[in-house]
Design a protein around this ligand. Structure first.
Ligand code: ADP
Ligand code: MG
Ligand code: MG
Length: 215
C-alpha cells in the first residue's frame, strides 16, 4: 500500500509474529552465544500475545470503527511491555508505543511514517542509551531510519524495502563489534564474532513491514 493505515499496521504485526516464530531458534542460538538464550522465547511470548489481542479486537480486517494505525501499534507496544521480561520487551514495547503515538490519523503517508520510525528510534535510545556501534537493536534500526528517509520520495513500499535492507546489513555488521550495552557487554571481547540477537530481530521486524507494504 501507499499509506500506513490500520489494515497495514495489523498485517505488519501479524507478519512480525510469524517471522519471530520462523526465526525463533536462530534468535535463541544467537542469544545463547552472547546472552542468556531467551531472545527467541521472549519475542515469541510477546508477539503471540500481540496476535491474540489483535484476534480478540472487535471489527473487520480493516479495524474497528475509530481505530487508527497508531492505536493498533500503541496497543501492541503495551502488550510487549507487559508480557516480555527481558531487555527487549521494554525496548520494543516503547518503540512501538512511540511509533504509534506519532501516527494519530487514519492513514500515514511516507513522510509521516519516516517521522514515526524516527520517533521509535529516539525512544529506544532514550530508554537504553545505546548509540550505533554498541552492538544492539540500534545498529539495525538507525541505518534503517536513514535509508527509509533517503528512499521516501520513491513511495512507501520502496522506502520500507530500503529500510529492511539497511537493517539486514546493520545486523550482519554487528558480528565484529564488541558489545557495550546489555548482557552481551558482560562478555567483553568474547562478544566479538557473533551477530547481535536484537539487531537481527529488528531486521526481521522491518522485513515484515516491507513484505506487507509491497502488497
Ligand atoms: P535479555 O538480554 O534481558 O535476556 P533479550 O535477550 O530479549 O533480553 O534481548 C537482548 C537484546 O536486547 C540484545 O541482543 C540487544 O540487541 C538488545 N539490547 C540490550 N540492551 C540494549 C540497550 N541498552 N539498547 C538497545 N538494545 C539493547
Ligand atoms: Mg536474552
Ligand atoms: Mg533474559
Amino acid at each position: 500500500g501507499t499509506l500506513l493505515d490500520t489494515a497495514l499496521a495489523t498485517a505488519w504485526l501479524r507478519a512480525a509474529a510469524a517471522a519471530v516464530e520462523a526465526h525463533r531458534e536462530e534468535l535463541t542460538a544467537l542469544d545463547t552465544a552472547i546472552g542468556d538464550g531467551d531472545h527467541g522465547a521472549n519475542l515469541s511470548r510477546g508477539f503471540t500475545a500481540v496476535t491474540t489481542a489483535l484476534g480478540a479486537a472487535p471489527g473487520r480486517p480493516g479495524g474497528a470503527p475509530g481505530s487508527s494505525p497508531g492505536t493498533v501499534l500503541k496497543a501492541a507496544g503495551t502488550t510487549l511491555l507487559s508480557t516480555v521480561g527481558g531487555a527487549s520487551g521494554p525496548l520494543y514495547g516503547s518503540t512501538l508505543r512511540a511509533i504509534g503515538a506519532a501516527l494519530p490519523g487514519p492513514a500515514a503517508d511516507t513522510g509521516q511514517v519516516a517521522d514515526a520510525l524516527a520517533a521509535g528510534l529516539a525512544a529506544v535510545q532514550a530508554l537504553g542509551g545505546a548509540v550505533p556501534g554498541d552492538k544492539t537493536i540500534v545498529d539495525a534500526y538507525a541505518p534503517a531510519v536513514d535509508a527509509f528517509r533517503a528512499a521516501a520520495g520513491r513511495g512507501l513500499p520502496a522506502a520500507c524495502r530500503a529500510a529492511a535492507e539497511a537493517a539486514e546489513r546493520g545486523a550482519a555488521d554487528t558480528a565484529p563489534l564488541q558489545a557495550r550495552k546489555g548482557r552481551a557487554s558482560y562478555l567483553g571481547p568474547r562478544s566479538v564474532g557473533h551477530r547481535d540477537p536484537g539487531a537481527t530481530s529488528t531486521a526481521l521486524l522491518l522485513r515484515a513491514l516491507a513484505d506487507c507494504a509491497a502488497v
